[in-house]
Design a protein around this ligand. Structure first.
Ligand SMILES: [Fe+2]
Length: 271
């Protein structure tokens, strides 16, 4: 009798204690780590002039939920130490409270890429869009691209509107651009990778999934959002085009990460 109740107590402790311990570890430790992921993105020989172009991809700040200004400052310093050419901010700056935009962009203004910092809107930015986002990003030196493209000598960088909350139009965005230049694009939701077949697009950078945010050992992400279920995390390739999906930085809904640390992705184009 005594043995049985002791065994029940041990089983109950394991059943309830393990998730609590994981939650505690995720919210106190893993959520505050910065994982720098480096990936090479292959280039077709005709786009060889872009060999070595280095891009930092940051996404999914959800700064009203996350709110750690010091963490963002550390992430910005890490990007600056990498001496990248471009930074792409792939959206979801907030979950719903625009008051968090100002402290976030007060940190992002310190980004110092060689060419420029570009940004696209996430579904949450679209659902809670406010003029302050335009003013704050511009003031921070961040070029927000909503179905817009910027042309350089040997490449084009574009940003497409969120497919969940906005009105994306890749075709109209690229129509006025040079037909022979390679295109690098930001598009918040990764599953949009299947919606086009344009050989000029050498790289799509996305976030949105948080890599699942909470992952189970040997299984991976437990929950993934709409438009982020086919390509949850990492580097995917179709033909000569690449998609890189980052786990992002912040947290949403539950303030923890497990087996899925915040990430800064450093992508280098390689001929
Ligand atoms: Fe999102």
């Amino acid at each position: 009798m005594i043995k049985s109740s002791r065994r029940d107590w041990i089983l109950r402790s394991i059943f309830f204690g393990t998730p609590l311990a994981c939650f505690g570890y995720g919210s106190l430790i893993e959520k505050h780590l910065i994982d720098v992921t480096r990936a090479d993105i292959p280039l077709k020989p005709e786009f060889g002039s872009l060999d070595g172009l280095k891009i930092a991809l940051m996404s999914d700040f959800h700064h009203d939920d996350f709110g750690d200004n010091a963490f963002i400052a550390r992430a910005v310093q890490t990007v600056n130490d990498e001496q990248v050419d471009l930074v792409m901010l792939a959206g979801d700056y907030i979950s719903d409270d625009r008051a968090a935009l100002e402290p976030l962009f007060n940190e992002l203004r310190h980004l110092r890429p060689g060419i420029g910092t570009f940004a696209v809107l996430g579904n949450h930015d679209r659902w809670h869009l406010h003029n302050s986002l335009f003013a704050l990003s511009e003031d921070a030196g961040v070029r927000l691209l909503i179905n817009e493209a910027v042309e350089y000598d040997n490449f084009i960088i574009s940003g497409i509107d969120s497919c969940w909350g906005g009105r994306p139009n890749l075709e109209v965005t690229l129509k006025p651009t040079h037909p022979d230049k390679p295109v690098i694009t930001g598009w918040h939701e990764p599953d949009t990778f299947d919606t086009y077949n344009d050989p000029r697009i050498i790289l799509q950078m996305s976030g949105h999934t948080h890599g699942g945010q909470v992952c189970a050992p040997a299984i991976g992400p437990i929950l993934l959002p709409q438009y982020g279920r086919k390509y949850p995390y990492g580097h995917y390739q179709q033909g000569d085009g690449s998609l890189f999906v980052t786990r992002g930085i912040g947290t949403m809904t539950i303030p923890t990460r497990f087996l899925c640390a915040p990430e800064l992705a450093i992508l280098t184009l390689k001929a």
